[in-house]
Design a protein around this ligand. Structure first.
Ligand SMILES: Cc1cc2nc3c(=O)[nH]c(=O)nc-3n(C[C@H](O)[C@H](O)[C@H](O)COP(=O)(O)OP(=O)(O)OC[C@H]3O[C@@H](n4cnc5c(N)ncnc54)[C@H](O)[C@@H]3O)c2cc1C
Length: 436
């Protein structure tokens, strides 16, 4: 069936050891942090263009001038082939297989060079799920192209009537002679317009209770049954889409996990997503956030300002101190979740703490930027003014994507505080019998 539909079943083939696709760096899986960093330092000298290194030291803006997005994308597969893009993943799947301590040391060494990961939905959402639930064949087929940013992914979960209550979703997959046929409507699907694959949740057994009759499918996006329609958001950008599925096709080899076990797979994806939304670069990508950190805000507060220095004002000082403290708490929470993930434990409800706290913090931070910039008369006309406006608007979406703040509070209430579950009068009923 795959041939008939031109669904790609093999990964893009690239021999290792070439300049374009070098072999993984010679770092043993049990390498100490010190030994690994030595190898990475040598690689940095040889492989990162000197003008990028110099510009990266000066700042995001300077780097963007010498390293436009297209140039970085072109260079990126060579970087990713070394295993440095995600060092803790196994070597066979595009990483270096090193311990979380060594991976952290490698990341710290690379950090000043601002080698942001590409394909973050592929890595954090699809990648987490494939590592946990994929067959050996699926891992070998999909993970390396994800790491190298050669195949893009999107998440096809939400529907017009199933967002917070995701398990009630209605898109359905039925068996055909050769595989599966999927029909339904998905919505808010980030970057679906450029995705090669979607990680999709569909109903396979409507007579079972809502969480029990779902199946996770790796959906090839380039096929006649998949229509992607862009949606415009508050910022004016169009990061997400609605996706109409009209008898879209998938084979048995595209199932991730077993039939009717999709909710367990979805939980792995959602946990990766919460970490994604709350981690560094959250809220619309690094390109848009560059320069609006809490540290930059503190600097800004100390600069001369036509309306007086905010740093001299008692109310502003309290506000800034609160934001800085929140920032520290956020970093520690993120580190705890990442540590759990790297050592192979499911972050569980901890990722809800990180998601809730950092997205609400980001909203307060962007509001502070907005208020401070408003003190400068001509701010609206400047590049900084444009970025501040964008941040203020985009931070709203941050508290919705990946599960709303209210829903995270429900999760934490139940999982951490031990409060009773939300009442559900249809608990245990077949999905078909629940009114929608
Ligand atoms: C920028 C952005 C990107 C996104 N990207 C993707 C994507 O790539 N793929 C994808 O599948 N989805 C994506 N989403 C969708 C996102 O997961 C949903 O918007 C989110 O889960 C909320 O669902 P909803 O929009 O249907 O709101 P609803 O579920 O209808 O919620 C409406 C309001 O009711 C509240 N509410 C609902 N239920 C409860 C409850 N039980 N207790 C208390 N309050 C409740 C909510 O908090 C919210 O305030 C994205 C959303 C955004 C904003």
């Amino acid at each position: 069936m795959a041939d008939k539909l031109r669904i790609p079943t093999t990964a893009p083939q690239h021999g290792g050891g070439t300049a374009e696709y070098p072999d993984p760096l010679p770092i043993e899986t049990d390498a100490s942090a010190e030994a690994a960093v030595g190898v990475v330092r040598e690689w940095i000298e040889q492989a990162i263009p000197a003008e990028w290194r110099i510009a990266a030291e000066k700042g995001v803006e300077q780097l963007r001038e010498v390293r436009p997005r297209e140039a970085y994308e072109q260079w990126y597969p060579a970087f990713a082939s070394t295993g440095l893009a995600i060092p803790q993943w196994p070597r066979a799947y595009g990483g270096l297989g090193v311990s979380s301590t060594t991976a952290r040391a490698i990341e710290a060494e690379l950090a000043p060079h601002r080698l942001g990961r590409l394909n973050i939905l592929g890595i954090n959402l699809a990648g987490s799920a494939l590592l946990h639930w994929g067959t050996e064949e699926q891992k070998r087929r999909y993970l390396i192209p994800i790491v190298r940013n050669e195949e893009q992914w999107c998440q096809l979960f939400s529907e017009p009537n199933a967002g917070s209550d995701l398990p009630s979703l209605a898109a359905w997959a039925t068996r055909t002679e050769t595989g599966w046929q999927i029909t339904g409507q998905k919505v808010w699907n980030t970057w679906a317009e450029k995705a090669d694959f979607g990680i999709l949740l569909a109903r396979t057994s409507p007579d079972l209770p809502k969480r029990e009759g779902l199946t996770c499918v790796i959906l090839p996006m380039h096929q006649p049954g998949v229509e992607v329609r862009p949606l415009r958001q508050l910022t004016g950008d169009s990061e997400f889409n609605e996706v109409i599925l009209d008898e879209a096709q998938a084979g048995d080899e595209h199932l991730l996990g077993s039939v009717d076990n999709g909710w367990a797979v979805a939980r792995t994806v959602l946990s990766g997503e919460r970490q994604n939304v709350s981690g560094p670069g959250s809220g619309g990508g690094l390109d848009n956030l560059g320069g609006r950190s809490v540290h930059r805000l503190l600097q800004r507060a100390a600069e001369a300002n036509p309306a007086g220095r905010p740093a001299d004002d008692a109310i502003w000082r309290q506000r800034l101190m609160k934001l800085w403290s929140e920032h520290q708490v956020m970093l520690w929470t993120n580190l705890r979740v990442r540590g759990a993930r790297k050592s192979g434990r499911e972050p569980g409800a901890n990722s809800s703490i990180g998601k809730l706290f950092s997205t609400e913090h980001n909203k307060r931070l962007q509001e502070a930027w907005f208020d401070m910039t408003a003190m400068v008369a001509d701010a609206g006309a400047t590049e900084e003014g444009r970025r501040v406006r964008y941040g203020f608007l985009r931070s709203r979406a941050n508290t919705i994507e990946g599960g709303t703040s209210q829903v995270q509070r429900n999760v934490l209430g139940e999982a951490i505080l031990g409060l009773p579950r939300e009442p559900d009068q249809y608990h245990g009923a077949s999905w078909r019998d629940v009114p929608r």
